[in-house]
Design a protein around this ligand. Structure first.
Ligand code: PLP
Length: 439
């Protein structure tokens, strides 16, 4: 009997006792290929000696110093590194302890920015349906996953949602990707106007949608059109790269591949690579200056922001992922994973779409390929696939149910960036076996 309230009460979880590279071993000695990086977290795999050493050195020096009294070399170095790697426009870093915290901080930063510059009437946040931005109250209100929101709805602050960019299901027959992207930008523009153009704070979106859709990239030009709409109305653009950022899609920042400069970006997961809980908000100089020249503070803060051991771990993780060859491996192994999945599952009658970017891939499962009819959520296909995959020594991240706006079961794959070609092939084989055992 356990005293822990686990995510799901009931199933007996294996005990993880060691990890090396892309593998985790349980107490029985069974090995699992970490095909999902946990939840897109373990960017460098398990047991990276350099990261462990950086943490040890920081622990020996000083484990904790409150940020209202001190800064630390670790936090300063991490901030410098992130700004140095950012494609442009993001010049400051606010360190937190995870993804939801990063989203909360970004929302408050966006609101305070308008208070600082004399536009306190701005109060609306717009995001997209079928999105996930975290589980705390503000982040949950921002996300558009109805299943996660439903029972908490009465205590969520009001937010507004527009359509996601989900070409597989929502691009109309005869419509080009450019026309589809432009149509979605018009929807955002109309939503902003309806709410009152000078009353909207920010639009929030994941550059590549992770948990709710399964590695869905936007059509070309979508984010440029969205940026233009935000600029037209003075609305801030917050990109949530908690899952898709930090190298996951083959570039350090996911939005590098969209050719736009956001006002705020949230990062977490791959930032600490699982070695430490850490997240961050990166912000433009314009927002920073509004604070610096205004009240002189960002009115927020948690006890553990800028934690030295977390910062030291993340600084080393990011240094390693930015070394020559690492992003190339993400791109090459991502292509291998995509083509492996296509050859193994591309003709399967219940596989509707195989997609993604870098080592961030999704397989959408359907009842019928031609009509794209989703699987009956009552079948709980995603849960069965997870069980079959674990039995075969594979961690993958199936999500699903077609209830309330979460359309289609899918399996999300996000292995560590150090994965070798033969390990990609094992991942494809085991996933293929698991899916075929269920469907
Ligand atoms: N934002 C996105 C895009 C995410 O995928 C997640 C987690 O999956 C979060 C925010 C929340 O991050 P955390 O679970 O670290 O609080």
């Amino acid at each position: 009997m356990t005293h822990i309230l686990h995510r799901s009460i009931g199933p007996d979880l294996p005990r993880a006792v060691s990890g090396e590279g892309v593998w985790i071993a349980d107490a029985q000695g069974k090995r699992y290929l970490d095909g999902s990086g946990g939840a897109a977290v373990t960017a460098l795999g398990h047991g990276n000696a350099e990261v462990l050493d950086a943490m040890r050195r920081q622990m020996d020096a000083i484990a904790y110093a409150h940020t209202s009294f001190f800064t630390t070399d670790a936090a300063e170095s991490l901030a410098d590194r992130l700004v140095g790697l950012a494609p442009g426009g993001l010049e400051h870093v606010y360190l937190v302890s995870g993804g939801s915290e990063a989203v909360e901080a970004a929302l408050k930063m966006a609101r305070q920015y308008f208070v600082e510059i004399g536009q306190p009437q701005r109060r609306h946040i717009i995001a997209r349906r079928q999105s996930y931005h975290g589980n705390t109250i503000g982040a949950l209100a921002t996300g558009g996953n109805e299943w996660r929101r439903r029972q908490f709805q009465p205590i969520l602050p009001e937010t507004h949602h527009v359509s996601p960019c989900y070409a597989y299901r929502d691009m109309a027959a005869g419509e080009s990707p450019e026309e589809y992207g432009a149509r979605l930008a018009v929807e955002l523009d109309e939503t902003i106007r309806r709410l009152g153009a000078d009353e909207v704070i920010a639009f929030v979106a994941e550059p590549v949608v992770g948990a709710t859709l399964g590695a869905v990239t936007a059509v070309p030009g979508y984010f440029r059109a969205i940026r233009e709409v935000c600029d037209r109305h003075g609305v801030l653009l917050i990109l949530d790269e908690v899952m898709c950022g930090m190298g996951r899609t083959g570039t350090i920042f996911a939005h590098e591949q969209e050719g736009i400069a956001p006002d705020l970006v949230t990062i977490a997961k791959g930032l600490g690579g699982g070695y430490q809980p850490i997240g961050a908000v990166m912000l433009s100089d314009r927002i920073y200056r509004a604070f610096a020249e205004g009240s002189g503070l960002f009115q927020h803060g948690h006890t553990y922001i800028g934690h030295p051991i977390a910062a030291a771990a993340a600084d080393k993780v990011v240094e390693i992922m930015a070394r020559p060859g690492m992003m190339e491996n993400v791109q090459a192994m991502g292509e291998r994973l995509q083509s492996g999945l296509e050859s193994r599952l591309g003709q399967h009658p219940n596989v509707g779409d195989i997609r993604g970017r870098g080592l961030f891939r999704g397989v959408e499962l359907v009842a019928d390929r031609d009509s794209k009819t989703p699987l009956d959520p009552a079948l709980k296909t995603h849960a069965k696939i997870k069980k079959e995959a674990m039995a075969r020594g594979l961690m993958c991240y199936p999500m699903g149910g077609t209830i309330d706006g979460v359309r289609g079961d899918h399996v999300l794959l996000a292995p560590p960036y150090i994965i070798a070609p033969e390990e990609v092939d094992i991942l494809v084989d085991r996933l293929g076996d698991a899916i075929e055992a269920v469907l």
